[in-house]
Write a protein that binds this ligand. Structure first.
Ligand SMILES: Cc1cc2nc3c(=O)[nH]c(=O)nc-3n(C[C@H](O)[C@H](O)[C@H](O)COP(=O)(O)OP(=O)(O)OC[C@H]3O[C@@H](n4cnc5c(N)ncnc54)[C@H](O)[C@@H]3O)c2cc1C
Length: 381
Protein backbone atom coordinates (compact mmCIF):
# COMPACT_ATOMS: atom_id res chain seq x y z
CA UNK A 1 0.00 0.00 0.00
CA UNK A 2 1.49 3.39 -1.00
CA UNK A 3 -0.87 5.46 1.19
CA UNK A 4 -4.08 5.08 3.17
CA UNK A 5 -5.76 7.69 1.00
CA UNK A 6 -5.04 8.74 -2.56
CA UNK A 7 -6.22 11.98 -4.17
CA UNK A 8 -6.49 12.31 -7.94
CA UNK A 9 -6.34 16.00 -8.92
CA UNK A 10 -4.54 18.39 -6.57
CA UNK A 11 -6.36 21.55 -7.61
CA UNK A 12 -8.92 23.37 -5.46
CA UNK A 13 -10.67 20.54 -3.64
CA UNK A 14 -7.81 18.06 -3.86
CA UNK A 15 -5.34 20.44 -2.19
CA UNK A 16 -7.77 21.15 0.65
CA UNK A 17 -8.58 17.45 1.20
CA UNK A 18 -4.83 16.72 1.18
CA UNK A 19 -4.25 19.32 3.92
CA UNK A 20 -7.24 18.18 5.96
CA UNK A 21 -6.07 14.55 5.88
CA UNK A 22 -2.41 15.35 6.55
CA UNK A 23 -3.29 17.48 9.60
CA UNK A 24 -5.13 14.46 11.04
CA UNK A 25 -1.96 12.38 10.65
CA UNK A 26 -3.35 10.26 7.79
CA UNK A 27 -0.92 8.91 5.17
CA UNK A 28 -2.07 10.61 1.96
CA UNK A 29 -0.73 10.75 -1.58
CA UNK A 30 -1.86 13.26 -4.22
CA UNK A 31 -1.50 13.12 -8.00
CA UNK A 32 -1.64 16.31 -10.10
CA UNK A 33 -1.24 16.39 -13.87
CA UNK A 34 0.15 19.98 -13.88
CA UNK A 35 2.23 21.96 -11.38
CA UNK A 36 0.77 22.92 -8.00
CA UNK A 37 -1.09 26.27 -8.16
CA UNK A 38 -1.37 26.20 -11.99
CA UNK A 39 -3.93 28.32 -13.85
CA UNK A 40 -5.10 25.79 -16.46
CA UNK A 41 -8.35 24.77 -14.86
CA UNK A 42 -11.03 26.05 -12.46
CA UNK A 43 -8.83 27.96 -9.99
CA UNK A 44 -6.97 30.37 -12.28
CA UNK A 45 -7.32 34.15 -12.42
CA UNK A 46 -5.83 35.32 -9.10
CA UNK A 47 -9.05 36.04 -7.16
CA UNK A 48 -12.32 34.42 -6.10
CA UNK A 49 -15.29 35.95 -4.30
CA UNK A 50 -16.15 34.76 -0.81
CA UNK A 51 -19.82 35.40 0.16
CA UNK A 52 -22.02 34.12 2.95
CA UNK A 53 -25.49 35.52 2.08
CA UNK A 54 -25.97 32.96 -0.62
CA UNK A 55 -28.08 33.30 -3.77
CA UNK A 56 -27.46 29.60 -4.48
CA UNK A 57 -29.48 28.69 -1.37
CA UNK A 58 -29.42 28.98 2.42
CA UNK A 59 -28.67 25.24 2.71
CA UNK A 60 -25.02 26.04 1.89
CA UNK A 61 -24.57 28.44 4.80
CA UNK A 62 -23.37 25.95 7.45
CA UNK A 63 -20.70 24.79 4.97
CA UNK A 64 -19.77 28.41 4.15
CA UNK A 65 -19.47 29.28 7.84
CA UNK A 66 -17.25 26.23 8.36
CA UNK A 67 -15.22 27.27 5.30
CA UNK A 68 -14.64 30.70 6.86
CA UNK A 69 -13.20 29.03 9.98
CA UNK A 70 -11.06 26.68 7.88
CA UNK A 71 -9.66 29.53 5.75
CA UNK A 72 -8.57 31.27 8.94
CA UNK A 73 -7.00 28.02 10.22
CA UNK A 74 -5.09 27.54 6.97
CA UNK A 75 -3.89 31.14 7.22
CA UNK A 76 -2.72 30.68 10.80
CA UNK A 77 -0.95 27.38 10.02
CA UNK A 78 0.88 28.87 7.03
CA UNK A 79 1.19 32.58 7.88
CA UNK A 80 -0.23 33.41 4.43
CA UNK A 81 -3.07 35.89 3.89
CA UNK A 82 -5.64 34.11 1.73
CA UNK A 83 -9.04 35.63 2.57
CA UNK A 84 -9.63 39.38 2.80
CA UNK A 85 -13.02 40.47 4.12
CA UNK A 86 -14.22 43.67 2.46
CA UNK A 87 -18.03 43.19 2.57
CA UNK A 88 -19.73 42.07 -0.63
CA UNK A 89 -22.62 43.40 -2.71
CA UNK A 90 -25.53 41.70 -4.44
CA UNK A 91 -27.19 44.14 -6.82
CA UNK A 92 -30.56 43.68 -8.50
CA UNK A 93 -34.29 44.16 -8.37
CA UNK A 94 -35.80 42.80 -5.14
CA UNK A 95 -38.25 40.54 -6.98
CA UNK A 96 -35.54 38.40 -8.62
CA UNK A 97 -35.21 34.82 -7.37
CA UNK A 98 -31.51 35.27 -6.64
CA UNK A 99 -32.18 38.43 -4.58
CA UNK A 100 -34.94 36.65 -2.67
CA UNK A 101 -32.56 33.75 -1.98
CA UNK A 102 -29.98 36.15 -0.55
CA UNK A 103 -32.61 37.71 1.69
CA UNK A 104 -33.86 34.30 2.76
CA UNK A 105 -30.38 33.16 3.74
CA UNK A 106 -29.85 36.40 5.71
CA UNK A 107 -33.11 35.92 7.57
CA UNK A 108 -32.67 32.20 8.23
CA UNK A 109 -29.13 32.56 9.57
CA UNK A 110 -29.38 36.08 10.96
CA UNK A 111 -26.41 37.24 8.87
CA UNK A 112 -24.88 40.67 9.35
CA UNK A 113 -25.97 42.87 6.44
CA UNK A 114 -27.31 46.22 5.20
CA UNK A 115 -29.90 47.00 2.57
CA UNK A 116 -29.38 50.07 0.42
CA UNK A 117 -32.19 51.33 -1.79
CA UNK A 118 -31.52 53.32 -4.95
CA UNK A 119 -30.64 56.81 -3.58
CA UNK A 120 -28.51 55.52 -0.72
CA UNK A 121 -26.91 52.82 -2.87
CA UNK A 122 -25.88 55.43 -5.46
CA UNK A 123 -24.25 57.51 -2.74
CA UNK A 124 -22.31 54.59 -1.23
CA UNK A 125 -21.29 52.90 -4.46
CA UNK A 126 -21.23 55.51 -7.26
CA UNK A 127 -19.08 53.18 -9.40
CA UNK A 128 -22.24 51.20 -10.29
CA UNK A 129 -24.83 52.78 -12.56
CA UNK A 130 -28.06 51.53 -10.99
CA UNK A 131 -31.66 51.48 -12.15
CA UNK A 132 -34.20 53.16 -9.83
CA UNK A 133 -35.84 49.82 -9.02
CA UNK A 134 -32.55 48.14 -8.04
CA UNK A 135 -31.17 47.72 -4.55
CA UNK A 136 -27.90 46.59 -3.02
CA UNK A 137 -27.68 43.95 -0.31
CA UNK A 138 -24.40 44.35 1.57
CA UNK A 139 -23.11 41.07 3.03
CA UNK A 140 -20.65 41.81 5.86
CA UNK A 141 -19.11 38.33 5.75
CA UNK A 142 -17.82 38.63 2.22
CA UNK A 143 -14.57 39.45 0.46
CA UNK A 144 -12.07 37.85 -1.84
CA UNK A 145 -9.71 34.90 -1.82
CA UNK A 146 -6.35 34.23 -3.47
CA UNK A 147 -7.11 30.86 -5.12
CA UNK A 148 -3.80 29.70 -6.56
CA UNK A 149 -1.88 30.91 -3.50
CA UNK A 150 -4.41 29.06 -1.31
CA UNK A 151 -3.80 25.80 -3.21
CA UNK A 152 -0.03 26.20 -2.94
CA UNK A 153 -0.34 27.05 0.78
CA UNK A 154 -2.50 23.98 1.52
CA UNK A 155 -0.24 21.62 -0.44
CA UNK A 156 3.01 22.82 1.09
CA UNK A 157 1.50 22.70 4.58
CA UNK A 158 0.26 19.16 3.88
CA UNK A 159 3.75 18.18 2.70
CA UNK A 160 5.26 19.56 5.92
CA UNK A 161 2.80 17.30 7.74
CA UNK A 162 3.90 14.24 5.75
CA UNK A 163 1.72 14.18 2.60
CA UNK A 164 3.30 12.98 -0.63
CA UNK A 165 2.45 14.80 -3.85
CA UNK A 166 3.34 13.72 -7.37
CA UNK A 167 2.96 16.73 -9.62
CA UNK A 168 3.17 16.64 -13.42
CA UNK A 169 1.76 13.16 -12.97
CA UNK A 170 -1.29 12.27 -15.02
CA UNK A 171 -3.55 9.54 -13.63
CA UNK A 172 -4.45 7.29 -16.54
CA UNK A 173 -6.37 4.53 -14.85
CA UNK A 174 -8.29 3.94 -11.63
CA UNK A 175 -9.34 0.43 -10.60
CA UNK A 176 -11.43 -0.40 -7.57
CA UNK A 177 -10.29 -3.68 -5.93
CA UNK A 178 -11.46 -5.64 -2.90
CA UNK A 179 -8.51 -4.50 -0.77
CA UNK A 180 -8.15 -0.92 -2.02
CA UNK A 181 -7.84 1.11 -5.20
CA UNK A 182 -5.08 0.84 -7.77
CA UNK A 183 -3.97 3.80 -9.84
CA UNK A 184 -1.79 4.02 -12.91
CA UNK A 185 -0.09 7.40 -13.24
CA UNK A 186 2.66 8.34 -15.72
CA UNK A 187 2.91 4.62 -16.45
CA UNK A 188 3.56 3.63 -12.83
CA UNK A 189 1.23 1.62 -10.60
CA UNK A 190 0.23 2.76 -7.09
CA UNK A 191 -2.10 1.26 -4.50
CA UNK A 192 -4.11 3.18 -1.90
CA UNK A 193 -6.75 2.18 0.65
CA UNK A 194 -9.36 4.75 -0.38
CA UNK A 195 -9.49 7.31 -3.13
CA UNK A 196 -10.87 10.81 -3.54
CA UNK A 197 -11.46 11.92 -7.12
CA UNK A 198 -11.12 15.70 -7.33
CA UNK A 199 -10.40 16.20 -11.01
CA UNK A 200 -12.78 19.15 -11.52
CA UNK A 201 -13.50 19.65 -15.24
CA UNK A 202 -11.81 16.32 -16.01
CA UNK A 203 -14.27 14.34 -13.90
CA UNK A 204 -15.99 12.74 -16.90
CA UNK A 205 -12.73 11.23 -18.04
CA UNK A 206 -12.70 8.93 -15.04
CA UNK A 207 -16.38 8.42 -14.48
CA UNK A 208 -17.73 7.94 -17.94
CA UNK A 209 -21.42 8.16 -17.24
CA UNK A 210 -21.18 11.40 -15.31
CA UNK A 211 -21.00 13.12 -18.69
CA UNK A 212 -24.78 12.91 -18.88
CA UNK A 213 -24.92 14.79 -15.58
CA UNK A 214 -21.92 17.07 -15.54
CA UNK A 215 -20.94 19.43 -18.31
CA UNK A 216 -17.71 21.33 -18.77
CA UNK A 217 -18.07 25.03 -19.49
CA UNK A 218 -15.59 27.56 -20.84
CA UNK A 219 -15.44 30.72 -18.70
CA UNK A 220 -13.81 34.01 -19.59
CA UNK A 221 -12.47 36.48 -17.06
CA UNK A 222 -11.72 40.04 -18.16
CA UNK A 223 -9.76 42.77 -16.38
CA UNK A 224 -10.47 46.47 -17.00
CA UNK A 225 -8.49 49.65 -16.35
CA UNK A 226 -10.24 52.37 -14.35
CA UNK A 227 -10.44 56.09 -15.11
CA UNK A 228 -9.80 56.75 -11.38
CA UNK A 229 -8.18 53.70 -9.80
CA UNK A 230 -8.78 54.93 -6.22
CA UNK A 231 -12.54 54.46 -6.70
CA UNK A 232 -12.00 50.78 -7.44
CA UNK A 233 -9.69 49.62 -4.70
CA UNK A 234 -10.93 47.10 -2.17
CA UNK A 235 -11.85 49.75 0.42
CA UNK A 236 -14.22 51.56 -1.99
CA UNK A 237 -15.46 48.89 -4.34
CA UNK A 238 -16.23 45.53 -2.71
CA UNK A 239 -16.64 42.33 -4.73
CA UNK A 240 -20.16 42.16 -6.14
CA UNK A 241 -22.58 40.07 -8.15
CA UNK A 242 -25.17 41.84 -10.26
CA UNK A 243 -28.34 39.99 -11.10
CA UNK A 244 -30.85 40.52 -13.90
CA UNK A 245 -33.67 38.62 -15.53
CA UNK A 246 -31.42 37.05 -18.12
CA UNK A 247 -27.89 37.78 -16.91
CA UNK A 248 -25.65 37.55 -13.90
CA UNK A 249 -22.13 38.88 -13.62
CA UNK A 250 -19.62 39.61 -10.91
CA UNK A 251 -16.68 41.87 -10.24
CA UNK A 252 -13.66 41.98 -7.97
CA UNK A 253 -11.83 45.21 -7.01
CA UNK A 254 -8.41 46.20 -8.29
CA UNK A 255 -6.74 44.17 -5.55
CA UNK A 256 -3.24 44.57 -6.89
CA UNK A 257 -3.81 48.29 -7.57
CA UNK A 258 -4.07 47.59 -11.24
CA UNK A 259 -7.26 46.31 -12.89
CA UNK A 260 -10.86 45.44 -11.99
CA UNK A 261 -11.90 41.88 -12.80
CA UNK A 262 -15.32 41.23 -14.36
CA UNK A 263 -16.78 37.82 -15.22
CA UNK A 264 -20.10 36.68 -16.65
CA UNK A 265 -21.88 33.67 -15.20
CA UNK A 266 -21.55 30.71 -17.59
CA UNK A 267 -24.50 29.07 -19.30
CA UNK A 268 -25.04 25.88 -21.28
CA UNK A 269 -24.01 27.83 -24.41
CA UNK A 270 -20.48 27.82 -23.01
CA UNK A 271 -20.39 24.03 -22.94
CA UNK A 272 -17.32 22.31 -24.37
CA UNK A 273 -17.11 18.63 -25.18
CA UNK A 274 -14.06 17.93 -23.09
CA UNK A 275 -11.45 19.90 -21.13
CA UNK A 276 -8.93 18.86 -23.76
CA UNK A 277 -10.99 20.86 -26.32
CA UNK A 278 -10.74 24.12 -24.38
CA UNK A 279 -10.03 26.97 -26.80
CA UNK A 280 -7.95 29.56 -24.99
CA UNK A 281 -7.98 31.93 -27.98
CA UNK A 282 -10.30 34.93 -27.73
CA UNK A 283 -12.64 35.87 -30.54
CA UNK A 284 -14.44 39.22 -30.90
CA UNK A 285 -17.77 37.57 -30.06
CA UNK A 286 -16.36 36.40 -26.71
CA UNK A 287 -16.11 39.98 -25.46
CA UNK A 288 -19.23 41.70 -26.82
CA UNK A 289 -21.49 41.02 -23.82
CA UNK A 290 -18.95 41.97 -21.17
CA UNK A 291 -17.97 45.16 -23.02
CA UNK A 292 -21.63 46.10 -23.32
CA UNK A 293 -22.18 45.50 -19.60
CA UNK A 294 -19.15 47.54 -18.58
CA UNK A 295 -20.16 50.41 -20.88
CA UNK A 296 -23.70 50.34 -19.48
CA UNK A 297 -23.20 49.63 -15.77
CA UNK A 298 -19.63 50.63 -14.84
CA UNK A 299 -19.00 53.89 -16.72
CA UNK A 300 -15.76 54.69 -14.89
CA UNK A 301 -14.00 51.66 -16.32
CA UNK A 302 -12.48 51.80 -19.81
CA UNK A 303 -14.54 49.60 -22.12
CA UNK A 304 -11.65 47.56 -23.57
CA UNK A 305 -10.27 44.86 -21.30
CA UNK A 306 -6.54 45.03 -20.65
CA UNK A 307 -6.42 41.31 -19.97
CA UNK A 308 -8.58 38.36 -20.96
CA UNK A 309 -8.09 34.78 -19.75
CA UNK A 310 -9.99 31.54 -20.30
CA UNK A 311 -10.80 28.95 -17.62
CA UNK A 312 -13.21 26.05 -17.26
CA UNK A 313 -15.41 24.44 -14.66
CA UNK A 314 -17.64 21.38 -14.20
CA UNK A 315 -21.39 22.18 -13.92
CA UNK A 316 -24.24 19.96 -12.78
CA UNK A 317 -27.79 20.46 -14.02
CA UNK A 318 -29.04 21.60 -10.60
CA UNK A 319 -25.83 23.62 -9.94
CA UNK A 320 -25.31 21.67 -6.72
CA UNK A 321 -21.95 19.99 -6.40
CA UNK A 322 -21.30 16.26 -6.30
CA UNK A 323 -19.97 15.18 -2.91
CA UNK A 324 -20.13 11.60 -1.73
CA UNK A 325 -19.35 7.98 -2.47
CA UNK A 326 -19.34 6.91 -6.07
CA UNK A 327 -22.48 4.79 -6.51
CA UNK A 328 -21.65 1.12 -6.00
CA UNK A 329 -18.29 1.80 -4.30
CA UNK A 330 -17.23 2.18 -0.68
CA UNK A 331 -13.61 3.02 -1.37
CA UNK A 332 -13.92 5.83 -3.97
CA UNK A 333 -15.51 9.19 -3.20
CA UNK A 334 -16.00 12.19 -5.50
CA UNK A 335 -15.81 15.93 -4.84
CA UNK A 336 -16.75 17.62 -8.09
CA UNK A 337 -19.27 19.64 -10.14
CA UNK A 338 -18.87 22.88 -8.18
CA UNK A 339 -20.81 24.75 -10.88
CA UNK A 340 -19.00 28.09 -10.73
CA UNK A 341 -19.31 28.69 -6.99
CA UNK A 342 -17.08 26.18 -5.22
CA UNK A 343 -13.87 27.96 -4.35
CA UNK A 344 -15.11 29.77 -1.25
CA UNK A 345 -16.21 26.42 0.26
CA UNK A 346 -13.04 24.51 -0.58
CA UNK A 347 -11.48 23.94 2.86
CA UNK A 348 -14.84 22.82 4.26
CA UNK A 349 -15.37 20.50 1.28
CA UNK A 350 -11.85 19.13 1.82
CA UNK A 351 -12.81 18.47 5.45
CA UNK A 352 -15.98 16.67 4.35
CA UNK A 353 -13.88 14.61 1.90
CA UNK A 354 -11.55 13.65 4.76
CA UNK A 355 -14.52 12.71 6.99
CA UNK A 356 -15.93 10.56 4.18
CA UNK A 357 -12.84 8.50 3.52
CA UNK A 358 -12.11 8.14 7.24
CA UNK A 359 -15.71 7.02 7.89
CA UNK A 360 -16.19 9.85 10.35
CA UNK A 361 -19.39 11.72 11.10
CA UNK A 362 -20.08 14.58 8.66
CA UNK A 363 -21.63 17.43 10.64
CA UNK A 364 -23.50 18.85 7.62
CA UNK A 365 -26.44 17.69 5.64
CA UNK A 366 -24.95 16.78 2.27
CA UNK A 367 -27.65 14.42 0.99
CA UNK A 368 -28.63 16.86 -1.76
CA UNK A 369 -25.03 16.79 -3.04
CA UNK A 370 -24.85 13.00 -3.28
CA UNK A 371 -23.88 11.37 -6.61
CA UNK A 372 -26.84 9.03 -5.91
CA UNK A 373 -29.13 11.75 -7.23
CA UNK A 374 -27.88 10.82 -10.68
CA UNK A 375 -30.16 7.82 -10.43
CA UNK A 376 -29.68 6.61 -13.97
CA UNK A 377 -25.88 6.73 -13.71
CA UNK A 378 -24.11 3.43 -14.28
CA UNK A 379 -20.52 3.75 -13.15
CA UNK A 380 -18.10 2.21 -15.56
CA UNK A 381 -14.39 1.75 -15.21
C1 LIG B 1 -13.54 31.84 -14.08
C2 LIG B 1 -14.08 31.27 -12.80
C3 LIG B 1 -14.48 32.13 -11.77
C4 LIG B 1 -14.98 31.60 -10.57
N1 LIG B 1 -15.31 32.45 -9.55
C5 LIG B 1 -15.63 31.94 -8.34
C6 LIG B 1 -15.80 32.81 -7.23
O1 LIG B 1 -15.67 34.04 -7.35
N2 LIG B 1 -16.08 32.26 -6.02
C7 LIG B 1 -16.20 30.90 -5.85
O2 LIG B 1 -16.45 30.46 -4.74
N3 LIG B 1 -16.02 30.05 -6.90
C8 LIG B 1 -15.73 30.55 -8.11
N4 LIG B 1 -15.50 29.70 -9.17
C9 LIG B 1 -15.65 28.26 -8.96
C10 LIG B 1 -14.44 27.61 -8.33
O3 LIG B 1 -13.24 28.22 -8.74
C11 LIG B 1 -14.49 26.14 -8.68
O4 LIG B 1 -15.73 25.62 -8.22
C12 LIG B 1 -13.38 25.32 -8.04
O5 LIG B 1 -12.12 25.89 -8.33
C13 LIG B 1 -13.47 23.88 -8.58
O6 LIG B 1 -12.46 23.12 -7.98
P1 LIG B 1 -12.11 21.62 -8.46
O7 LIG B 1 -11.21 21.08 -7.44
O8 LIG B 1 -13.38 20.93 -8.77
O9 LIG B 1 -11.37 21.79 -9.85
P2 LIG B 1 -9.79 22.24 -10.17
O10 LIG B 1 -9.43 23.31 -9.20
O11 LIG B 1 -9.79 22.51 -11.59
O12 LIG B 1 -9.01 20.96 -9.78
C14 LIG B 1 -9.00 19.79 -10.56
C15 LIG B 1 -7.57 19.33 -10.64
O13 LIG B 1 -7.51 18.00 -11.11
C16 LIG B 1 -6.37 17.88 -11.93
N5 LIG B 1 -6.55 16.69 -12.77
C17 LIG B 1 -7.56 16.45 -13.64
N6 LIG B 1 -7.42 15.24 -14.22
C18 LIG B 1 -6.29 14.69 -13.71
C19 LIG B 1 -5.62 13.45 -13.91
N7 LIG B 1 -6.09 12.53 -14.74
N8 LIG B 1 -4.48 13.20 -13.23
C20 LIG B 1 -3.99 14.13 -12.35
N9 LIG B 1 -4.59 15.33 -12.13
C21 LIG B 1 -5.73 15.59 -12.79
C22 LIG B 1 -6.39 19.19 -12.70
O14 LIG B 1 -5.17 19.47 -13.32
C23 LIG B 1 -6.73 20.16 -11.60
O15 LIG B 1 -5.58 20.63 -10.92
C24 LIG B 1 -15.05 30.20 -10.40
C25 LIG B 1 -14.66 29.33 -11.43
C26 LIG B 1 -14.17 29.86 -12.61
C27 LIG B 1 -13.70 28.92 -13.69
Amino acid sequence: MDANVGIVGVGTMGSMALWQLARRGVSVMGFEQFGIGHDQSAAGGETRIFRTAYKEGAAYIPILQEAYKQWRELESETGNQLLTLTKGLTIGEPGLKSMKNVMKSIEEYDLEHEILHYEEAKKHYPQHRLLPNEMIIVDHNAGFLRPQYAIVSAVYRAKELGAIVHNHTHVEKIQSETDGVSIVANGQKYKVGKLLITTGPWINQHINDFDKQIEVRRLINTWFFARDLKQFDESQFPPFTREGNNFSYYGIPAVDSYMVKIGLAASSEDRIKSPNDLDRNIKMGDLSSVKEIVGRDLPNLFEDPGRVSVYMEAYTKDKNSVVGWLPGHDNIAVLSGFSGHGFKMAPAIGKIGADLVLDENIPFSIGRLSPDRFADTQTSW
